[in-house]
Design a protein around this ligand. Structure first.
Ligand code: NAP
Length: 246
């Protein structure tokens, strides 16, 4: 087991990549704290993990709001006593072309995808520093590296995540904390469900491996980065995109 007895937080774990990451970490021996906006959904996810023999607890939290993040972390520490791994997975889209994008669309995405990653890391890193180490993993995106039509807000947030990852790798390395990001390509989740078939066909036609990714493809990358096999890897952005950015 590659994460035996590690305590891992996965944000946005009610479905999609976060859910499969939580399941994967639990299979590898981690005690997993799942959070999501939707409590029943994330409770069902944790219940399923427990039924499969894993250890998991579910919490409601909004990663973009300080009081919510602090309360969530307090409950995680009350339950497990420490945090070894944080996966900043929670994310949203509010796609519109620039000339139609309202300030509220911009702010909403920045609040969750950028500020939420800052807030969770800000508070969890303090715990990790006091413990003497930990691993922080951030959800970026392939679009942060080459832009995408209709995603001013999302691309800004995901490019910002790459910047923060590199800053934190420098700041936290001496405290034993590794910080890396994963840049997924187009992955089969609810987030990409709304993309019209024709557009998706065009996108996939540019992927050298010729298919969309699956949540497990991303969970596997998080697993490796979280494990001791990556103990000399920090400040890295790992593209998991079928070769889309080559
Ligand atoms: P998803 O299926 O939409 O799942 C996102 C999860 O995050 C949902 O369970 C959602 O909760 C939760 N969430 C949203 N805002 C939250 C908040 N403020 N606090 C706590 N939880 C929150 O998305 P996904 O495709 O699995 O994406 C996961 C991450 O990978 C995101 O950061 C996304 O940007 C990134 N990513 C995805 C793709 C892709 O192709 N799918 C590509 C590149 C990067 P609710 O159920 O309550 O809405």
């Amino acid at each position: 087991m590659r994460l035996k007895d590690k305590v891992a937080i996965v944000t946005g774990a009610g479905r999609g990549i976060g859910l499969v990451t939580a399941q994967t970490f639990a299979r590898e021996g981690a005690k997993v704290a799942l959070c999501d906006l939707d409590l029943p959904e994330v409770q069902a996810a944790a219940e399923e993990i427990r039924k499969s023999g894993g250890q998991a607890v579910a919490f409601q939290a909004n990663t973009g709001q300080t009081p919510s993040v602090q309360e969530f972390l307090r409950k995680v520490l009350a339950e497990f006593g420490r945090v070894d791994i944080l996966v900043n997975n929670a994310g949203i889209i509010r796609d519109k072309q620039l000339l139609k994008m309202e300030e509220a669309d911009f702010d909403a995405v920045i609040e969750v995808n950028l500020k939420g990653v800052y807030l969770c890391t800000r508070h969890v890193a303090e715990v990790m520093a006091a413990q003497g180490g930990g691993v922080i993993l951030n959800a970026s995106s392939v679009v942060a590296l080459y832009g995408n039509f209709g995603q001013t807000n999302y691309v800004a947030s995901k490019a910002g995540v790459i910047g923060m990852t590199k800053v934190w790798a420098r700041e936290l390395g001496r405290k034993g904390i590794r910080v890396n990001a994963v840049a997924p390509g187009f992955i089969e989740t609810r987030m990409t469900e709304g993309i019209p078939d024709k557009v998706m066909e065009q996108l996939v036609s540019k992927v050298p491996l010729g298919r969309m990714g699956k949540p497990q493809d991303i969970a596997n990358a998080y697993l490796w980065l979280a494990s001791d096999e990556a103990s000399y890897v920090t400040g890295h952005v790992l593209s998991v995109d079928g070769g889309a950015v080559t």
